[in-house]
Design a protein around this ligand. Structure first.
Ligand SMILES: [Zn+2]
Ligand SMILES: [Zn+2]
Length: 319
């Protein structure tokens, strides 16, 4: 099986090295995370500096092919190169150079989704810590799961996209018309489940809310959808529940994965309200270990030998 898998080198040899796009910060155009491990939370939160050990190559190959077949050539390349290439970044302030593994950052990439979930988790836990230290009387942190009704079977791409867009309208409406309070806040993330069901997980800090009333409000907003769950959470487990979304892509067929990819294009990864607003970032800055600067310039791709020297033998995965 492994012999048939393409590596980025095969593709690069076929069409020449592709250039990396830079975003405003001088990073390759994928978020670039430094995430600490599980730490004292005891949860299995992968570190972005560890390469994933159990990448399912056959599953990825199927998704590459489907992305390519449907004409998503650029993202096909990114997806294929995830964790397979390395590059250097140079600190704009002191010239310190660091080697990095390239991560595709695509929503449908289980490894990148996991890294993103880890980053999100730690950011939310920091805020939860502040909330717990200064909690209003009678208020609590809750995990709310909101669903959208759907028809039978796997929805086609247009239905899926329509549901994702609808969720993007309903969530702010629920916040503004029902959850919003002075000092309250929420973080919402969207997930597409194995049957094509679109749902959202909210970590909500605020006063007591009766489940029946919340359910009624959600049903009014959405025209008949219901809430799945409302529970109080105290520690990291509930927050992890809300952040680990999109890690279940491997349960889907390549065709379904690319449906999800198309449906989620342009949709926000997380929505933050109230006390969480502007506190959670998708692209955390990586400070320079020498000078603390956060401005980096792309220094070029590593050769396969340099990649191996820096990160071990992953460069010849699949070859
Ligand atoms: Zn990736
Ligand atoms: Zn520096």
């Amino acid at each position: 099986m492994a012999e048939s898998l393409k590596t980025w080198q095969d593709v690069a040899a076929g069409r020449g090295e592709y250039s990396v796009e830079l975003n405003g910060q001088g990073y390759p155009a994928a978020w670039d995370l430094e995430v600490a491990g599980g730490g004292e939370t005891g949860l299995d939160v992968s570190s972005s500096t560890d390469k994933s050990v159990d990448i399912d190559r056959a599953w990825r190959k199927g998704v590459w092919d489907e992305l390519f077949r449907r004409g998503f050539g650029k993202d096909y390349m990114r997806f294929m190169d995830c964790e397979e290439k390395g590059y250097t970044l140079k600190c704009d302030d002191c010239g310190y150079e660091r080697a990095k593994i390239f991560f595709c950052g695509l929503r449908i990439c289980p490894e990148c989704a996991r890294r993103f979930a880890g980053s999100l988790f730690h950011q939310i836990m920091d805020i939860v810590g502040e909330i717990n230290a200064n909690r209003k009387r009678g208020w609590s942190i809750k995990l709310i799961t909101l669903t959208l009704k759907k028809g039978e079977g796997w929805p086609d791409m247009h239905q899926l996209r329509a549901m994702v867009k609808a969720m993007g309208r309903y969530l702010p409406e629920l916040w503004n018309s029902y959850l919003r309070e002075d000092g309250a806040g929420a973080v919402a993330s969207m997930e597409i489940g194995p049957s094509g069901n679109v749902h959202a997980h909210l970590v909500y800090y605020g006063p007591f809310i009766p489940k029946k009333e919340l359910s009624q409000r959600w049903s009014e907003i959405t025209g008949g959808s219901y809430i799945l769950d409302l529970e109080m959470i105290t520690g990291g487990k509930g927050v992890w529940e809300a952040t680990k979304y999109a890690c279940k892509m491997r349960a889907l067929s390549p065709g379904q994965v690319v449906d999800v990819y198309e449906a989620l294009k342009g949709a926000r990864r997380v929505r933050c309200y109230g006390v969480f607003y502007n506190r959670v970032v998708v692209h955390p800055e990586c400070p320079c270990p020498e000078c603390g600067g956060t401005s980096w310039t792309f220094g070029g791709w590593l050769t396969q030998e340099e990649f191996k020297a820096n990160f071990g033998g992953a460069g010849d995965r699949g070859g």
